[in-house]
Design a protein around this ligand. Structure first.
Ligand code: AKG
Ligand code: FE2
Length: 213
């Protein structure tokens, strides 16, 4: 079932993602989520943070997981279906995951996502999202999503842009972390990096993955 979004045509947005995913494999969708959902997600993130639920993010998975402040400086909390705003977001992303499976037979088994908070000066160095060195049969990240949760009107001089480095582009694509903007891109081949901002930067990063069992 495709969730209804007041004033927002989510099915049309899914169609746009399906149209670009094979080539070029990434899309920036401003104003993808309605303001009331963005506000609810932002408030939930802030409340979870105040409750001490967010923790320093690491890199790598399983035994290879480590916290490296020189690579990334955000605090995160994995979205729980029992959190009301998170549940609404997860339902949207699940409908996108199912549409991608129907269109491209990607076999995406699950979607996982975390709230992220970058304090002023926080960054995430250039990386691709698919973890290197994962053994066969472990499953992997196939599609990445990022949704920004800032208050409306992120100023150009606030920094905190996401730089995308698609193959064949001389200059990076610069994405301002404006609340409600959604990005969808392939996890295996798009290097990207988060620049430091001069204010708190709030988002949800998530991945559609195969389970690999
Ligand atoms: O917040 C962003 O703009 C991107 C975050 C990111 O690249 C990640 O969490 O893997
Ligand atoms: Fe990333």
């Amino acid at each position: 079932m495709i969730p209804a979004l007041s004033g927002h045509d989510w099915p049309a947005l899914i169609e746009r993602v399906l149209a670009v995913l094979p080539e070029p494999g990434w899309v920036v969708l401003p104003d993808a989520l309605p303001a009331d959902l963005v506000a609810a997600l932002r408030e939930e993130l802030v409340a979870r943070d105040a409750a001490g639920v967010l923790h320093a993010a690491g890199i790598g998975r399983g035994a290879a997981h480590q916290v490296r402040g020189s690579v990334r400086g955000d605090r995160i909390a994995w979205l729980q279906a029992s959190w009301p705003a998170a549940a609404r977001y997860l339902a949207l992303m699940d409908s996108l995951r199912q549409a991608l499976n129907r269109a491209f037979f990607l076999g995406l088994d699950e979607y996982e996502a975390h709230y992220a908070c970058y304090e002023p000066g926080g960054f995430y160095r250039r990386h691709v999202d698919r973890h290197a060195g994962g053994a066969d049969g472990q499953g992997q990240r196939v599609i990445s999503t990022v949704c920004y949760l800032s208050e409306p009107g992120w100023p150009a001089d606030a920094g905190g842009e996401l730089l995308l480095h698609p193959e064949g582009h001389d200059d990076p694509v610069r994405v301002r972390p404006e609340g409600g903007t959604l990005l969808v891109f392939r996890s295996d081949n798009l290097p990207h990096e988060v620049l430091a901002a001069n204010r708190q930067r709030l988002s949800i990063a998530g991945w559609m993955r195969t389970r690999g069992d």
